[in-house]
Design a protein around this ligand. Structure first.
Ligand code: PBG
Length: 321
């Protein structure tokens, strides 16, 4: 059997390639900080920025020119609280992006409490324990504020039970039935979030996230949480992280009840930064390694990929293929 005929030269390899990534498959995360005066480098995640509202607008405009119209926004507040929170800055960010970009971008906003709680946990604590339903209430109220301010898509990453139902309900009962929900439906308790927690200042001050994020040894749980979120009204499902969970992506994408739902996979900060650090140490070519990981995620079945390299993808891809 001669399979090398398909690999003879670049043109032939191209013709017979079976997976494709285009910029419409990609989502670029951005970080914006309350109280920040000037844009700064976000050293924990190479190439990413700590943005003010003004610098964020410039970054998104640059991304748009590179074909990236789906944005995932992390809004980082200046101060932390226990129970009562203010979202004035968040609303200002969302409404000014809406004014600037209107329908030319799909504006997804991360929805979580970990950057705003004193504990650094993704939910509210009562007597030191996560109070699921109290947290869901705060998350639903915050979602409504975000949607009213102009978010096209709410993206809950908190992992409280039944938050999708609560968010869908509050949006629908406020005439916001056109606001989408991208659920971090299968989000594992992972060691690869380190650089992000630095960026978002969201490391728990005590304990860990194992009581709400999925245990990576439990495959049933990983699938069931996608089914539940789909049933509760999620428009887009997600597996996160991506690289160490390609089997999970494949299982969800081929599951008879889930295959017709758009599936996103998040190449998280630690996965991305691992490529950077290997490259800095001369062990890998960053661009080539990056492309290999993104193709693996696409091949596994992700329709959408959230990656810190989205804005650079077109340029990088054109150099190598
Ligand atoms: C917040 C949140 C996290 C990430 C996205 N949203 C961190 C966490 O759950 O600890 C991780 C993203 C990344 O590592 O790139 N809940």
């Amino acid at each position: 059997m001669n399979l090398r005929r398909y690999r003879k030269n670049a043109a032939t390899r191209d013709i017979f390639s079976t997976v494709e990534i285009t910029t419409k498959n990609l989502i670029q995360p951005y970080f914006v900080y309350e109280g920040l005066k000037e844009q700064e480098e976000l050293t924990a995640i190479t190439g990413q920025k700590k943005n003010t509202i003004d610098s964020l607008k410039k970054e998104i405009a640059i991304g748009l020119k590179q074909g990236i119209s789906h944005v995932l926004l992390f809004i980082i507040p200046q101060s932390k609280h226990e129970h009562t929170f203010s979202y004035d800055f968040d609303s200002k960010v969302l409404s000014s992006l809406n004014e600037e970009f209107g329908d030319s971008i799909l504006l997804s906003a991360d929805m979580c409490l970990c950057s705003q709680t004193k504990s650094g946990h993704c939910g509210i604590l009562s007597d030191g324990i996560i109070d699921n339903d109290a947290s869901v209430k705060v998350i639903a109220d915050k979602s409504l504020i975000y949607a009213q301010a102009g978010a096209d898509c709410i993206s809950p990453s908190d992992m409280m039970d039944n938050r999708i139902l609560a968010i869908r309900k509050i949006l629908d009962s406020n005439k916001l039935d056109s606001t989408m929900i991208m659920s971090y439906s299968t989000k594992f308790s992972s060691n690869f979030y380190g650089p992000f927690r630095d960026a978002a200042d969201s490391t728990p001050t005590s304990g860990d996230r194992k009581s709400y994020q999925i245990d990576f040894r439990n495959e049933f749980d990983a699938i069931r949480s996608s089914i539940r979120d789909m049933e509760q009204g999620a428009d887009i499902l997600m597996v996160k992280p991506a690289g160490a969970y390609l089997d999970t992506i494949y299982k969800i994408k081929t599951h008879e009840r889930l295959r017709d739902y758009p599936l996103a996979a998040y190449q998280v900060s630690g996965e991305f930064q691992a490529l950077q650090v290997m490259a800095q140490n001369g062990l890998i070519d960053y661009e080539k390694g990056l492309l290999e990981t993104l193709y693996a995620i696409k091949r596994a079945g992700a329709d959408l990929i959230i990656t810190y390299a989205a804005n650079k993808f077109r340029e990088i891809h054109a150099k190598h293929f």
